[in-house]
Design a protein around this ligand. Sequence first.
Ligand SMILES: NC(=O)c1ccc[n+]([C@@H]2O[C@H](COP(=O)([O-])OP(=O)(O)OC[C@H]3O[C@@H](n4cnc5c(N)ncnc54)[C@H](OP(=O)(O)O)[C@@H]3O)[C@@H](O)[C@H]2O)c1
Length: 257
Amino acid sequence: MPDRPVALVTGASSGIGKDLARVFARENHDLVIVARGEERLRALAGELPSTKVTVIPADLGAPGAPAEIFAACEAAGVTVDVLVNNAGFGSNGAFLDLDLEREAQMVDVNCTALLRLTHLFGKGMRARGRGKILNVGSTAGFQPGPFMATYYASKAFVVSFSEALSDELAGTGVTVTCLCPGPVATEFADRAGNARSKLFQSTKVASSAEIAEFAYQATMRGQLLAIPTLMQRLQFQSLRVAPRSVVRGIAARLNRS
Ligand SMILES: NC(=O)c1ccc[n+]([C@@H]2O[C@H](COP(=O)([O-])OP(=O)(O)OC[C@H]3O[C@@H](n4cnc5c(N)ncnc54)[C@H](OP(=O)(O)O)[C@@H]3O)[C@@H](O)[C@H]2O)c1
């Protein structure tokens, strides 16, 4: 890695992404930060005076956004050493009762933009023989999730895609890490409309600062699946052997408000 490697963090305007940007800055990385909320991105940049921060306001739900972000980095002469695909959102309710456009946008942001950014920036990383990709999945990616069906499916994509890509890139100097946290105290639950679900009411909710720290360490180690707690790691193992109907039933109960 160069003296001051560059980390590009999507969804850096709040929550886990904002704290990840802070951790990368503290660890002597320059930053490219992306989200729709330009004012919040500029406020974050102002908080980090000794870090070179490139602010790119973008809606990752727009099909051309990843290519525009890549072009903006090229034009600025910025080489991205660490790609953090963090931006994402969820929704809560019965699929057929939810707004179709918002569900489709969720797939665009959580999956398609992640896929496009990985392709665009990953090629350069492989050619240089070094780089790190951190994809933010979720424990939701380990099972189907009634009443958050699209969100769980989108995170299953992130987990599966990250695992496969990691194998393809073995030996190239590029590592892939997939962060799979359980509930985290961010704006996510309010935006998804599930702040009152059993999942957020009854489970221990982590802070975004601790999750960002954990994710940074896992990324630096090149660890593939980064699951924060022992309970969540046990949950991951048990989900692989438990009957699917039981798994779906538990997720449905947790997701109901
Ligand atoms: N919080 C949890 O319980 C939890 C658990 C597991 C995984 N995760 C995952 O963690 C990631 C970060 O979420 P968070 O918990 O930190 O939630 P958050 O506080 O709501 O942050 C989400 C970030 O994504 C950005 N974003 C959303 N839609 C976007 C779009 N169309 N274009 C560009 N940026 C967009 C938001 O920025 P703008 O609104 O400014 O665009 C914001 O910076 C997500 O992928 C989420 O699925 C969260």
